[in-house]
Design a protein around this ligand. Structure first.
Ligand SMILES: [Zn+2]
Length: 159
C-alpha cells in the first residue's frame, strides 16, 4: 500500500507504539497496521479418510487442506463449515478445534478445525481435484496449514 485510503497522501515509514509502520504523510491519523488476516482451515475426515484438495490455481500434484476467509458476522466455526460445504458439497460436522497457527510469510493466522463428513463429494468452483488418504499415509508439509494437519495426525494416530 502506497497511499492513504482516507486522504490519498503518500504513506511514509513512521515509528508507532512498538514498531516502524507506514503512516499518512499528511498526518490525518491513518496508520497501515498490516495485521495478520485470519484464515479458516479444515482437516476433513471423510468416512475415516483424510481429504486433501487441489485448488484450481495450484500446480498438478499439490494438495492441501480446504481453506477460506471469514465472512462478516460469522463465527470461525460457522465459517469453516460453510467453506467445507462450498468446496466439497457436504454439510460437515464440526468435531473440535485443532489450534491457531501463524503463517508469517503470508501475514495470516490459520484457525484450524477438525470436520467430519460422509456422502457424495461434489467439488465447488475453487477446487480441481481431491484425494482421500488413510491417516497413517498422510505426510504433512512444514508451512502454512501443514503444522495443523501434523498436530491433528499426532493426536489421531496416538489414540
Ligand atoms: Zn491520510
Amino acid at each position: 500500500m502506497r497511499f492513504c485510503p482516507h486522504c490519498a497522501a503518500p504513506l511514509i515509514p513512521r515509528r508507532t507504539d512498538s514498531a516502524q509502520r507506514l503512516a499518512c504523510k499528511a498526518e490525518c491519523g491513518y496508520v497501515f497496521w498490516d495485521n495478520p488476516v485470519p484464515v479458516l482451515a479444515a482437516v476433513i475426515e471423510h468416512e475415516g479418510l483424510v481429504l486433501l484438495a487441489r485448488n484450481k490455481n495450484w500446480p498438478d500434484g499439490m494438495f492441501g487442506l480446504v481453506t477460506g476467509f471469514l465472512e462478516r458476522d460469522e463465527t470461525p466455526e460457522q465459517g469453516v463449515l460453510r467453506e467445507v460445504e462450498e468446496e466439497i458439497g457436504i454439510a460437515g460436522e464440526l468435531v473440535a478445534p485443532i489450534g491457531n497457527y501463524a503463517f508469517s510469510s503470508q501475514n495470516q493466522i490459520i484457525l484450524a478445525y477438525h470436520v467430519r463428513t460422509a456422502g457424495s463429494i461434489h467439488l465447488g468452483d475453487e477446487l480441481a481435484d481431491y484425494r482421500l488418504i488413510e491417516p497413517v499415509r498422510v505426510r504433512p508439509w512444514d508451512f502454512g496449514t501443514g503444522p495443523a494437519l501434523r498436530d491433528w495426525l499426532a493426536r489421531r494416530l496416538g489414540e
